[in-house]
Design a protein around this ligand. Structure first.
Ligand code: ZN
Length: 251
C-alpha cells in the first residue's frame, strides 16, 4: 500500500464465460490475466471489476480511489450504463488515467472522451501483426525493441476514427496489408488516456511478455498526477482593487 498506483481493471467478462476456447486462454478472465501481469511487475495495488457486477463494479467512491483504470469490452458496450460512462469520463477529466484496450475502441467511455466514433476496419484471419516502436524514448515503451511480433491476431486497419493522438507510439502492420495506429495517447482535462490495440480474446496476446510490459507501462504513465474537480466555474473576488467589485451578473 502507500504510494503504489491504485489500478482498477475493468473487463466485460462475457467471452471467457460463454466460449470454451477463450476460457482456455483466460481461465480467470482477461482481467485476471492482466492482474497477474501487474503483480509480476510489482508496485501496483490492483483491483478488478466486471460488467455484470452491481453498477458494473464502478461507483464514484471507487473511482475516487482509483489512479488508473483499464477497460476491456467488446460485445456488450451497449449494456454499459450511460451513467457509468459519464462517471469514468468525469474521473478522467479530474485526473484519473484510462487505458483502453483492443475492442474498447467502441466503448462508451472512450467514445465520450474522444468525441469520435472510434470505428475502424477489421478481420479475423489468424494473421501476423508487427507493431513498430516509433518512440523508444517514451516511458510506455521502455524496454520494448524496434518491433514486436504477434504470430496471430485480429486485424484492425485504418482509418481509425479518433482525434489526432497527442503521441503516436506504435504503428501496426498486418500480414494482409493494412496498417493501424496501435498505441496512442491523449490528454483530457487533467487526465491521461492511452489506447493499446492488441488483445483479441481468441489469441494468447495478454500472455505475451512484451504486450504485458506495454500495458503495465501504459497504466504507470497514465496514473493520476493530481485529482481535482474541474466541473465548476467559480465566481471569484479580485486579488487587486477593481472598478466595480460588487457588479451583478446579468442573466
Ligand atoms: Zn477483437
Amino acid at each position: 500500500m502507500g504510494t503504489n498506483p491504485r489500478v482498477l481493471i475493468w473487463n466485460e467478462y462475457l467471452h471467457e464465460i460463454e466460449n470454451e476456447e477463450v476460457a482456455g486462454l483466460y481461465p480467470n478472465g482477461i482481467h485476471g490475466t492482466l492482474a497477474e501481469a501487474f503483480a509480476e511487475r510489482g508496485g501496483f495495488d490492483v483491483q478488478t471489476a466486471t460488467l455484470r457486477e452491481a453498477n458494473h463494479g464502478v461507483t464514484p467512491e471507487r473511482l475516487a480511489e482509483t489512479d488508473v483504470m483499464l477497460w476491456w469490452g467488446h460485445k456488450a458496450h451497449a449494456e454499459v450504463a450511460d451513467e457509468t460512462a459519464i462517471m469514468v469520463q468525469e474521473a478522467v477529466l479530474s485526473g484519473m488515467g484510462l487505458v483502453v484496450l483492443h475492442s474498447g475502441h467502441m466503448s462508451k467511455p472512450f467514445k465520450r472522451l474522444m468525441g469520435t466514433h472510434g470505428t475502424l476496419r477489421w478481420r479475423e484471419a489468424d494473421e501476423k501483426e508487427r507493431l513498430w516502436n516509433l518512440r523508444p524514448d517514451h516511458p510506455i515503451l521502455e524496454g520494448v525493441p524496434e518491433y514486436v511480433e504477434l504470430a496471430q491476431e485480429e486485424m484492425y486497419g485504418e482509418r481509425f476514427d479518433i482525434p489526432e493522438p497527442d503521441e503516436l507510439l506504435m504503428m501496426s502492420w498486418f500480414q494482409g496489408g493494412e496498417v493501424f495506429r496501435s498505441v496512442c495517447t491523449w490528454r483530457r482535462g487533467l487526465g491521461r488516456v492511452v489506447y493499446v490495440r492488441p488483445g483479441h480474446e481468441t489469441y494468447p496476446t495478454y500472455h505475451d511478455p512484451m504486450i504485458r510490459r506495454i500495458v503495465v507501462q501504459a497504466a504507470a504513465w497514465a496514473t493520476a498526477r493530481v485529482r481535482q474537480d474541474a466541473s465548476r466555474c467559480p465566481n471569484t473576488t479580485s486579488f487587486e482593487p477593481v472598478p466595480n467589485p460588487t457588479k451583478e451578473h446579468i442573466i
